[in-house]
Ligand binder design. Structure first.
Ligand SMILES: CC(=O)SCCNC(=O)CCNC(=O)[C@H](O)C(C)(C)COP(=O)(O)OP(=O)(O)OC[C@H]1O[C@@H](n2cnc3c(N)ncnc32)[C@H](O)[C@@H]1OP(=O)(O)O
Length: 410
C-alpha cells in the first residue's frame, strides 16, 4: 500500500471509519452512548482513513492533548488513537503507512511528543515508542486487610452525589492535580464525560456508577467514582466494590475516601485500577500480599522532536550530557544532542561534541517521564555509556519523585 491511499477523514465517513475500528476489535458494537461520545471527540483534521477499492480498510487518529511532564509543564502532544486495519488487509504495510503519515503530520503541527495506549505492547516499538508509564491494578481482600488512615480523615465529610450533577466540580479538582503528576492530561472540554460514561454493557453485573465527595467545611477536597457488584453465596454476602477513579487534594481526603470504599457493607473485595504505581494506600495496609497488586504498561511515548521534548521537562539533578540518538523511523532526530538542565529549566541543542550516552529514541521515550531508569535500560545493552559517569548523571537527572500515571485510556 502506498501513502496515496491515505486520506483525511470527512465527517460523513465517520460511521464507516468507526465500523472498521469496531470490527478490528472483535466486532461487538459499542453502545450508542459510547459511539456518540467518541464521535464528538473525534478531531477530523487529525483522522486518517486508508482506502482500498472504495472502502475504508484502515483507521488512525489523534487528539490534541497537553501532557503533564516532570516539572509541571503541560506540553502539546498527539494522543494517537483508533488504530485499526481490516482483517482482510493485515500485514501489507497499512499500519506502517499510517504511522508514517501521522508522525509527519504531528511534526508539522509542532507537537514534540506523541503518546498512545497500545492494544498489544509489541506493535509500536518499531515506530519509536517506548513504555513511559505503568499502571497498578489490585484486587484487595478487604475482609482481611486492615487500612490505617491519618487521624484528620475523621474531619472529612463524605456525601454521595449524582456523578453527572457534580461532574464540573470534580473536573475542576482533577485539573488542579494535572501539573503535579507527569502523564496526566490537561483535558479539553468534553473529555470529562469519560468519568460518567457508564453503558450497561460494560458494568458486568455492577451497579450504575456512583460518586462520593470528600468535603471539609463545605469545600471539595476529593472524590471517588465507583460501583458495587453484589454477590451472595451460602456463607452470606461477598460483594465487590469496583473503583473507577479517585482524586484527592490531601492525605485526609484521600484516607477518608479509601476508608469509605474499604468499608461498604456486604462487600469483601475492592477492585482497583488503573492507579499510579506509587499510590499511597499500598503503605496504609497491614497485608500487602492480600492486595493482589499487578502492574502493566500504560502510556507509550515517542519524542517527535527530541530537542523540544527534552527541553520541555525539568530534571531531578543537574545534568550536562551529550546524547547520541538513533531514530530509524524519524531520522530528523538522529545524531548528537547536548542536554543541559536542572530543576529550574533545560536546554537541548544539536552538537558536534563527543557523546556521553548512546540510545534509541524509544528508550529515550521510555525514560522521558521518569518511570523507566536509564540504568535499567543500560542493563539491556541498548543504552550505552560512552563517557565514564554519564550514565549515573543522566539516570539521576531523568528520574522523578512522582511516578507518571495516565488516569484513563483514549
Ligand atoms: C493506539 C491504538 O489505537 S492501539 C490499537 C491497535 N489496533 C488493534 O490492535 C486492532 C487489531 N489489529 C489491527 O487492526 C492490525 O493488525 C494492526 C493495526 C495492529 C497492524 O496493522 P497491519 O497493517 O497489519 O500492520 P503492518 O502490515 O503495517 O505491520 C508493520 C509491522 O508491524 C508488525 N505487526 C503488526 N501487527 C502486530 C502485532 N499485533 N504484534 C506484533 N507485531 C505486529 C508487522 O509484522 C510488521 O512487522 P515488520 O515491519 O517487521 O514486517
Amino acid at each position: 500500500m502506498t501513502s496515496t491511499d491515505l486520506r483525511k477523514l470527512r465527517p460523513d465517513q465517520w460511521d464507516e471509519w468507526y465500523a472498521n475500528l469496531e470490527l478490528a476489535f472483535g466486532g461487538v458494537p459499542e453502545s450508542p452512548e459510547e459511539r456518540e461520545t467518541w464521535r464528538a471527540l473525534t478531531e477530523f483534521e487529525r483522522a486518517i482513513a486508508a482506502w482500498d477499492d472504495g472502502r475504508i480498510v484502515g483507521t488512525a487518529g489523534s487528539f490534541s492533548f497537553r501532557l503533564s511532564v516532570p516539572g509541571g509543564a503541560v506540553v502539546p502532544t498527539a494522543g494517537v488513537t483508533a488504530v485499526s486495519v481490516a482483517a482482510t488487509h493485515r500485514r501489507r504495510g497499512v499500519l506502517s503507512a499510517m504511522m508514517r503519515r501521522q508522525l509527519d503530520d504531528v511534526r508539522a503541527a509542532g507537537e514534540p511528543l506523541a503518546i498512545l495506549v497500545a492494544s498489544e505492547p509489541a506493535i509500536y516499538g518499531r515506530f519509536g515508542y517506548g513504555i513511559a508509564s505503568r499502571q497498578l491494578r489490585a484486587e484487595i481482600d478487604t475482609s482481611r486487610v486492615r487500612l490505617t488512615v491519618p487521624p484528620d480523615a475523621d474531619g472529612v465529610r463524605l456525601r454521595e452525589a449524582d456523578p453527572t450533577a457534580v461532574l464540573d466540580a470534580c473536573e475542576a479538582l482533577y485539573a488542579r492535580l494535572v501539573p503535579g503528576r507527569p502523564g496526566m492530561l490537561r483535558r479539553l472540554p468534553g473529555w470529562e464525560r469519560l468519568g460518567v460514561l457508564d453503558p450497561e454493557s460494560r458494568r458486568e453485573g455492577a451497579s450504575p456508577r456512583r460518586c462520593v465527595l470528600a468535603e471539609v467545611d463545605g469545600e471539595l477536597r476529593g472524590y471517588a467514582r465507583f460501583a458495587v457488584r453484589p454477590e451472595w453465596d451460602v456463607a452470606g454476602p461477598k460483594g465487590t466494590v469496583v473503583l473507577h477513579d479517585l482524586e484527592a487534594l490531601d492525605p485526609a481526603a484521600y484516607g477518608a475516601l479509601w476508608r469509605f470504599l474499604w468499608g461498604i457493607d456486604l462487600t469483601s473485595t475492592l477492585q482497583v485500577g488503573p492507579r499510579p504505581v506509587d499510590d499511597p494506600w499500598q503503605h496504609m495496609v497491614d497485608d500487602a500480599r492480600r492486595c493482589g497488586v499487578r502492574f502493566r504498561d500504560s502510556l507509550h511515548l515517542r519524542p517527535v522532536e527530541v530537542g523540544a521534548a527534552l527541553a520541555a521537562r525539568r530534571y531531578a539533578a543537574p545534568v550536562d550530557v551529550v546524547l547520541e540518538v538513533e531514530d530509524a523511523f524519524c531520522p530528523w532526530n538522529s545524531g548528537r544532542w547536548r542536554l543541559t538542565g536542572d530543576a529550574s529549566g533545560a536546554e537541548c541543542v544539536r552538537t558536534e561534541a563527543p557523546a556521553g550516552l548512546a540510545l534509541t529514541v524509544g528508550d529515550l521515550g521510555a525514560a522521558y517521564l521518569g518511570d523507566t531508569s536509564l540504568t535499567a535500560l543500560a542493563g539491556t545493552g541498548r543504552v550505552r555509556e560512552l563517557r565514564s559517569g554519564a550514565l549515573a548523571e543522566a539516570a539521576g537527572a531523568f528520574s522523578w519523585p512522582v511516578a507518571p500515571w495516565l488516569p484513563h485510556g483514549f
